[in-house]
Design a protein around this ligand. Structure first.
Ligand code: GLC
Ligand code: CA
Length: 563
């Protein structure tokens, strides 16, 4: 058994997307010095760790998720010296650093891949998946798998007349983890960064690293094929345990896995402490309540979201560990998604969402800008998107793209990852205080109103509420260790639950709708001494009794407490 302290169980983690966080030198791109200049802001929030999206050397086909040198920093973000400074400044402030580890694939510009392409018998050939094509002359891809970003998962290479596998863009060839040399390389990379002082890793699409032997065809589906052969593949748990033994567990780390396709059953294996694989996983089930397969918009139903919450809260209780998130760099902003048309109630809605999510069990994550209620960008033209996924999708439509453009745009407006990638809104000066130069990407025009400067000044702001909530959560065992029980499960408007631990109970009541909703406390929770500890309207509900909740009203009561 490892001697981890498991500090992540009572810590908030703040995610930074470096390109869009803060630009220190006016080139329009966020950078490490920019992050350093905002560490006091982050510390002040009360979080205990930062997850940094990739800052390694990369040709940026997928904004850093395509790494060409795992031991160097991308010059646009700074240098290794800047990085060392970042770590020391963070540790000074008791902030831990979680690096993104992108090792399912490399960039096609990584030297391993460049060498691998050269011939069919070089020593790097087997670092990747090279296969002969099917059909006459091998001109059809080796199997029917699709890339997660649309189109075939294979690209033909003229030089050796073979195809290589990429579950993402063709600039992101998949590494062959069945090759022990590849696994050793990954271990070395992990240890390189641990030696530099990092405190953990967020493992990018880690559930895809083990592919089924012989790469068989996947079940037919119009646009997602092959999943069953590379999600939690045959050796996934063996490889993770090996990496943990030889890397992850050498320090008091937190390892979180991006759990594409993870269900509860798998999460229990990944996060069971005895298995020493991952400490928590990002599952996607709640992120699909409004998007089928994460892509096609569908009507959001609160009852579906609550069912998922309950299943994961109960399923992992004392057996594994959860992660709590509503936002990251791969999804649109959470407000519209889960609270609908909030109109002039943005602040109330954002606070309500925070209460609904963060009073649950698991490690809580906040994505940059979420703490001030940043919103989706008002995209009007398809050419305004920058994400490679958009380019890919358009390419897949081929000559029909112009015909389908209005529909594609409609979906992208609500689904595109670009929504979360607009620069951080620091103040109401030009470019939202993000840069003195020309920003690499569009800045949401609402920055004059939605920015950290305003929120810091306003006592009732979302930001100040986040601080209160973070502090409250971190000081409460019941939230960290307590049992979760949902009430009113069939109700489409309310999310109501209790957490219980050692004789202490907290009751959480959230109105997800922009309308008044009546609420009758469950008999088990009434007639007890109660103390209202968090609210988003004001301290005017001291007594827990039948009430008409205001739009998006959210309340947290401690029960059983003597006042
Ligand atoms: C993960 C990342 C995403 C990236 C993909 C490929 O899903 O979060 O941003 O595009 O992996 O690396
Ligand atoms: Ca810069």
């Amino acid at each position: 058994m490892s001697n981890k302290t498991r500090w992540y169980k009572d810590s908030f983690v703040y995610q930074i997307y470096p390109r869009s966080f803060c630009d220190s030198n006016g080139d329009g791109i966020g950078d490490i010095q920019g992050i350093i200049s905002k560490l006091d802001y982050i510390q002040d929030l009360g979080v205990k760790a930062i997850w940094l999206s990739p800052i390694y050397k990369s040709p940026n086909y997928d904004n850093g998720y395509d790494i060409s040198d795992y031991r160097d920093i991308s010059p646009e973000f700074g240098s290794l010296d800047d990085f060392k400074k970042l770590i020391s400044e963070m540790h000074k402030r008791d902030l831990k650093l979680i690096m993104d580890l992108v090792v399912n694939h490399t960039s096609f510009e990584h030297e391993w891949f460049i060498k691998s392409k050269e011939s069919t018998d070089n020593e790097f050939r087997d670092y990747y998946f090279w296969r002969k094509g099917r059909g006459k002359n091998g001109k059809k891809p080796p199997n029917n798998w699709t890339s997660r970003f649309g189109g075939s998962a294979w690209t033909y290479d003229e030089k050796t007349g073979e195809w290589y596998l990429h579950l993402f863009t063709k600039e992101q060839p998949d590494l062959n983890w069945d090759n022990p040399k590849v696994r050793k390389e990954v271990e070395d990379i992990v240890n390189f960064w641990l030696d530099l002082g990092v405190d953990g890793f967020r493992c990018d699409v880690i559930t895809y690293i083990s592919k089924a032997k012989d790469l068989p065809n996947g079940k037919w589906h119009p646009f997602v094929r092959g999943d069953e052969h590379f999600t939690h593949g045959p050796n996934i748990h063996t490889y993770l345990r090996e990496l943990s033994k030889n890397g992850f567990s050498k320090k008091d780390t937190m390892i979180v896995g991006e759990g594409a396709g993870v269900n509860l059953e798998q999460a229990l294996i990944y996060t069971n402490e005895e298995n020493e694989e991952l400490d928590n996983v990002f599952h996607f089930e709640h992120m699909e309540t409004d998007f089928y397969k994460q892509v096609l918009p569908r009507k959001f139903k609160l009852t579906n979201l609550k069912k998922i919450f309950s299943r994961w809260q109960l399923g992992l209780f004392q057996k594994g560990w959860n992660s709590l998130y509503f936002e990251n760099h791969d999804f649109p902003r959470s407000l519209k998604r889960f609270t609908g048309d909030y109109k002039d109630k943005r602040v109330e809605a954002a606070k309500m969402l925070a209460i609904s999510l963060y009073m649950q069990q698991g490690t809580p994550y906040i994505y940059q800008g979420q703490e001030i209620g940043m919103t989706n960008y008002p995209f009007e033209s398809i050419d305004d998107f920058q994400d490679v996924v958009v380019t890919n999708v358009r390419r897949v439509f081929g000559v029909f793209e112009p015909l389908f453009r209005p529909i594609i745009l409609k979906v992208l407006k609500v689904r595109a990852r670009d929504n979360a990638r607009t620069p951080m809104q620091w103040d109401d000066s030009e470019n939202a205080g993000f840069t003195k130069g020309t920003p690499w990407f569009l800045i949401n025009p609402n920055y004059t109103e939605i920015n950290t400067k305003n929120d810091l000044l306003n006592h009732d702001s979302i930001l100040n509420f986040y601080k209160k909530l973070i502090k409250y959560r971190l000081n409460n065992e019941v939230i960290i260790k307590g049992y979760y029980q949902e009430y009113n499960s069939g109700n489409e408007d309310l999310h109501v639950y209790i957490r219980t631990y050692n004789g202490v109970t907290i009751l959480v009541v959230c109105n997800y709708k922009n309308k008044e909703v009546s609420f009758n406390p469950h008999p088990e929770t009434v007639n007890k001494n109660c103390n209202l500890v968090l609210h988003n309207y004001g301290y005017d509900r001291p007594v827990l009794e039948p009430m008409i909740l205001r739009p998006y009203e959210a309340l947290v009561y401690e029960l059983n407490k003597t006042k």
